[in-house]
Ligand binder design. Sequence first.
Ligand SMILES: Cc1cc2nc3c(=O)[nH]c(=O)nc-3n(C[C@H](O)[C@H](O)[C@H](O)COP(=O)(O)O)c2cc1C
Length: 325
Amino acid sequence: MKTRITELLGIRYPIVQGGMMWVGRAELAAAVSNAGALGTITALTQPTPEALRKEIGRVRAMTDQPFAVNLTILPTIKPVPYDEYVQAIVENGVKIVETAGRNPEPYMPVFKSAGIKVIHKCTSVRHALKAEALGCDAVSVDGFECAGHPGEDDVPNLILLPAAAAKLRIPMLASGGIADARGMVAALALGADGINMGTRFMATREAPIHENVKRRLVEHDERDTALIFRTLKNTSRIFRNSVAEKVLELEYKEGATFADLKPLVSGERGKRMYETGDTEDGTFPAGLAIGLIEDIPTCAELVSRMIAEARALIHGQLAALAHEN
Ligand SMILES: Cc1cc2nc3c(=O)[nH]c(=O)nc-3n(C[C@H](O)[C@H](O)[C@H](O)COP(=O)(O)O)c2cc1C
């Protein structure tokens, strides 16, 4: 299944696992890459640039296939030494970086001079075009369905992807709301060159998080996410648990500020939740795709099933529609 994305990234299938705070560790990234897709470790999951160097080494010990490092540039509670994380990426010979959060302009010269392919993840046509103008090699366009930060425009992928495809020249990944072959084939029809998934990859055997979190994704459906931080213009789509409900109540009834909400949404609390499996103890991102997750396969099972079903869909149902009579 060759597309501009498989050619650009040197991968077998046009499927990418997006960066995921606390979840995107070497075990998951290597399993995804070994399955023929692109695995990604998340730089800021590592507490220091030195720890990121070690994590890159751990991925290499588990796969000889291409993998990426996600660098999320968002306002954080504690200041992050971004330059040092970038140095760790470049000096360790990483070949693919996924940037997100803010435009990657300050780091483009160093990435480009190291021959790194940059995929910028963004949530609007204008930001995708800006990434193209900055020299990014591809964009990952995240629709309103996505886990994490969908932006403030609220445009779902049925509209956003073809609108972006009409204007972009560089390859585009469709991101947000995809969990199976149907979403993948639809995204390709809408003009994408491949897909990016987060939530679906959380519910895999190799995702290094407590089983309870994975089970919640299977048990719950597409109505069980919440959009927090809307009142702060920093919307985040998360799993709808009692902590998410509390955040919404404070935002909408009491006009809470970020400082008021911080104790509920802190990264440390989220990290602990993934370790203990107490899914009412913190918040975690999850997309509308939870409505489509019914099992916890290995990454290899997931990827090969999606590819087999995509082929069947294209050659079967869709090909049948193309016959004139
Ligand atoms: C648990 C989790 C953590 C995430 N953390 C990050 C992150 O740190 N940086 C980032 O750029 N995207 C992050 N994302 C977003 C994903 O990379 C991806 O864009 C998104 O999940 C796509 O939507 P989907 O979940 O519907 O597939 C996260 C997603 C999840 C589910």
